[in-house]
Ligand binder design. Structure first.
Ligand code: NDP
Length: 237
């Protein structure tokens, strides 16, 4: 794999998949910044405070990274939340809060990143979606809608900025071993595993590898794609 050292910004890099993504970029020798509301990214990364529901805090975080590392060339919109419940119990806040973080949050981050990328005529945008954005999921109408929406962002961005050296892709993880899935009851986890052709959940590093590859020089002609990292769970969706 060929990869030029880049300035990389990952949202939600203090734990879970975001932390693993930061570690993977660091291992390849990139300049890595993570946003966090609390805690820190991995050793060797720069941690900046930001809440993706707040455009001003995103702007301040980008400015801090630009001052330290130069323009952000690779952005990974990873921050996400769930608030699961069945439709009839789902409040308007349950819906809009999840969309505000997962979908509008990605919009804010990508919009801020695009400024520098247009100037540099280079950029890599990777949006962390989910298999349920393609497949649907009972009890996750809010989450699933927010994750489907990321595909619309990546594909529209590809059409708007594809001629400027900027790519935008989606990675759609299946079930990954993080705090988000650790809270699922054991019986539910076993039931999910029965439906995954790979027969297991993935490690966060397995998602991170797909993302570093999309940001590499080798992936310059891949844009508007949805790459599943789901052990075959979402095949055909
Ligand atoms: P975690 O719950 O472990 O981590 C979520 C991250 O998002 C944390 O860093 C959290 O920060 C951050 N975050 C949440 N809300 C905000 C906000 N408003 N502003 C800034 N940061 C915020 O989740 P995972 O690592 O499991 O998930 C990472 C991404 O991968 C998410 O988008 C998720 O939807 C997606 N995904 C996860 C799957 C899984 O099986 N785990 C499967 C498919 C997709 P803080 O610590 O401050 O709360």
């Amino acid at each position: 794999m060929t990869t030029t050292p880049r300035t990389v910004l990952i949202t939600g890099g203090n734990r879970g998949i975001g932390f693993a993504i930061a570690e993977a970029f660091l291992a390849e020798g990139h300049r890595v910044a993570v946003t966090a509301r609390s805690g820190e990214g991995p050793e060797g990364s720069l941690t900046v405070r930001a809440d993706v529901t707040d455009a001003a805090s995103i702007d301040a975080a980008f400015t801090e990274v630009e001052q330290k590392f130069g323009p952000v060339e690779v952005v990974v919109a990873n921050a996400g939340v769930t608030r699961d419940t069945l439709l009839l119990r789902m409040s308007e806040d349950d819906f809009t809060d999840v969309v505000d973080t997962n979908l509008s949050g990605a919009f804010r981050v990508v919009k801020r990143a695009a400024k520098g990328m247009l100037k540099a005529k280079f950029g890599r945008v990777v949006l962390v979606s989910s298999v349920v954005g393609l497949y649907g999921s009972a009890g996750q109408i809010n989450y699933s809608a927010s994750k489907s929406g990321l595909i619309g962002i990546a594909r529209s961005l590809t059409r708007e900025l594809g001629s400027r050296g900027i790519t935008a892709n989606v990675v759609a993880p299946g079930f990954i071993e993080t705090e988000m899935t650790a809270v699922l009851p054991e019986a539910t986890q076993a039931e999910y595993k029965r439906n995954i052709p790979a027969g297991r959940f993935a490690r966060p590093e397995e998602v991170a590898k797909a993302i570093t590859w999309l940001a590499s020089d080798d992936a310059a002609y891949i844009s508007g794609a949805v790459i599943p990292v789901d052990g075959g769970l979402g095949m055909g969706h």
